[in-house]
Ligand binder design. Structure first.
Ligand SMILES: [Zn+2]
Length: 161
């Protein structure tokens, strides 16, 4: 296992020696993700295990992050634990034949932008509508109904005056 520094990865040579790349990013490093977060605060742990299959660099990308989101039910902060694992075939030609269990990613395999790959995984892993889990402290449906009703109760009283 080795750790590689630098922004770009040469997936061809890394795959030839079956390298494992481990990185940590800050959530603030991902501009496309930032406006989906309650605060761009936190870390993303990334592991990319590379191998050559029929001459094609194929990576198993594991992304782990705790994303601060806004609950769409109660509009208060919550944390979404994201863990994704995907098999990516890094190919210059998007129509190239790739292993059946891998998704073809069109890129320069000798200059792979790991940060962009990770940002795609994070965006794909975002829930469509973030919600507190059953055990979390979320306003229940009944509470929301009561809160919505209250202004109208007050309005009736106001109209009588
Ligand atoms: Zn909630």
């Amino acid at each position: 296992m080795s750790t590689v520094a630098g922004a770009w990865l040469d997936a061809v040579s890394l795959a030839a020696r079956q390298a494992n790349v481990e990185r940590e990013f800050a959530l603030a490093d991902f501009p496309r993700l930032a406006d989906r977060l309650a605060v761009p605060d936190g870390r993303v742990a990334v592991r990319l295990a590379l191998e050559l299959i029929d001459g094609t660099p194929v990576g198993t990308l594991v992304v782990r992050a705790r994303l601060p989101l806004v609950c769409q039910r109660c509009l208060r902060p919550m944390v979404h634990a994201l863990e994704s694992e995907s098999r990516l075939a890094l190919v210059a030609d998007p129509d190239a034949a790739v292993p059946a269990d891998a998704e073809a990613i069109a890129t320069d395999p000798a200059r792979v932008d790991l940060q962009a790959l990770v940002e795609d995984e994070l965006l794909l892993g975002l829930p469509v509508a973030a919600r507190h889990g059953p055990g979390d402290d979320c306003v229940t449906g009944t509470d929301v109904t009561e809160a919505t009703r209250r202004p109208f109760a007050g309005l009736g009283k106001l109209l009588k005056n």
